[in-house]
Design a protein around this ligand. Structure first.
Ligand code: EPU
Length: 337
């Protein structure tokens, strides 16, 4: 385990922002993580997983711990289910593919989400009608101050829409090293309610889909509207979809009769932020080497060489404009650093 100095983080964040970390350490084993936390006390730590949910706006004067612990295995099996343990450094989509290879069902709707397994619980990743919390059993995490391991059961994680305890009160206090998932071995419970999935399966002429078909459909949908970070730097949805009251919604409807919404409780609705941003005229807008994606307005993009501060200024302009036009506050989903 070697500590390097003045390392560019460009290859380690999907936005492709070029900032420098004063120190950097690649962590491949839990024991190495404990060792470094115990012995390197002079600098603050900066935890880096897949770098898929962050916008870096400045150089990082800290010891970056790149959590790169690999390994996936079945740890328990019954007639109908398996519990698998995936280490934090496993690329999320590789984990999905591994599950499909073994015919384990539950995370096929979460295909092609960028990032690593260890950071997936932090924001309870979700797409096409499934969230990580639906298959999550527990995770192991190392306490940054004491280096002891704690097992977090599902109810302790306080999962919500793009939220968990690790984003709130335990932010920066624990480093997740592995996650356990409960998956089905057969009679998979397919989640096909999302309109786009139904349409895609129809377009693929698949009448009786299996989990691989669902994954293929999700991959096709994502590829059609979300830019691949390998080609265009981005962090997926930059903003969360805002939740408003039905009374607020009614008032908005008189000015914007076509405003889309999803009911989430008796009194609340979720509005697609992508629609608000498109309506505000930002979709596909390019400002030199950064801008708003042309096929999904929720995604801010780096066309190459952009500065994180410029992208953050654009995000603030979008937030202000949405507030002025619709009286709705939209929060960032991406961590701005
Ligand atoms: N829409 C527009 N213009 C746009 C984009 C969206 O009008 O440019 C409207 C349309 O009405 C569309 C609706 O928004 O029907 C919903 O769009 P979409 O299905 O693309 O979903 P989303 O709400 O924009 C969320 C997640 C995505 C996830 C998809 C599918 C958030 C913040 N984003 O996007 O997650 O893939 O649903 O489940 O909840 C991510 O978190 O990085 C991410 C990509």
């Amino acid at each position: 385990m070697k500590i390097k100095h003045d390392v560019s983080l460009k290859p380690y964040n999907t936005f492709g922002i070029d900032v420098i970390a004063s120190s950097f350490c690649n962590i491949e084993h839990v024991e190495d993580l404990r060792h470094v936390l115990k012995t390197k006390t002079t600098k603050p730590f900066f935890i880096l997983g897949g770098g898929s949910n962050m916008l870096l706006t400045k150089n990082i004067d800290a010891l970056v711990l790149h959590i790169n612990i690999k390994g996936i295995k079945v740890i328990e099996e019954t007639e109908n289910h398996v519990i698998i343990k995936a280490n934090a450094g496993e690329n999320w989509h590789n984990l999905v593919l591994w599950c499909l290879d073994h015919n384990f069902g539950g995370i096929e709707n979460l295909s092609l989400i960028p990032g690593n397994t260890g950071t997936a619980p932090i924001q309870n990743i979700g797409a096409y009608g499934v969230e990580l919390k639906d298959v999550f059993v527990s995770c192991e995490a190392v306490n940054v101050s004491t280096q002891s391991t704690k097992i977090f059961l599902k109810n302790e994680c306080k999962f919500d829409y793009r939220e968990s305890v690790f984003k709130q009160e335990l932010r920066g206090k624990y480093i997740i090293t592995s996650v356990n998932f409960k998956l089905t071995k057969h009679n998979h419970d397919l989640h096909l309610n999302y309109g786009a999935i139904k349409n895609q399966l129809e377009a693929m002429a698949i009448k009786h889909p299996n989990i691989k078909d669902v994954s293929d459909a999700v991959i096709a949908i994502r590829e059609s509207k979300l830019p691949d970070p390998k080609d265009i730097g981005n962090s997926g949805s930059f903003f969360k979809n805002p939740v408003i009251t039905k009374a607020q919604f009614k008032a908005l409807q008189s000015n914007f009769p076509n405003i889309p919404s999803y009911e989430i409780s008796n009194n609340e609705l979720k509005i697609p932020a992508g629609w608000l941003i498109e309506k505000a005229g930002f979709k596909g807008k390019r400002f030199g080497n950064f801008g708003v994606h042309s096929k999904q307005a929720l995604v801010l993009v780096n066309y190459g060489g952009a500065n994180g501060r410029d992208i953050f200024e654009l995000a603030k302009l979008i937030q202000k404009t949405i507030h002025r036009l619709f009286d709705i506050s939209i929060e960032t989903e991406v961590n701005v650093i």
